[in-house]
Design a protein around this ligand. Structure first.
Ligand SMILES: [Zn+2]
Length: 62
């Protein structure tokens, strides 16, 4: 994960659940990232796909 300000390397200061508090090694900008596990990302994509399909079925039925 690189700094959103200067694109340099960052370090993790603290882990709090899925949150990572990070600090840039170059400009000392601090920010928080949230880690999303890969299988969780897949589940979300599938959920979105299901909603899209349901909406299209409704449209076709109307
Ligand atoms: Zn920076």
């Amino acid at each position: 994960m690189n700094c959103p300000v200067c694109r340099q390397e960052t370090i993790v200061l603290r882990k709090d659940g899925a949150e990572r508090r990070r600090e840039c090694t170059a400009c000392h900008h601090r920010f928080v990232t949230v880690e999303v596990p890969k299988d969780e990302q897949l589940r979300q994509q599938e959920a979105v796909q299901t909603v899209i399909e349901a909406a299209e079925k409704l449209k076709a039925a109307a």
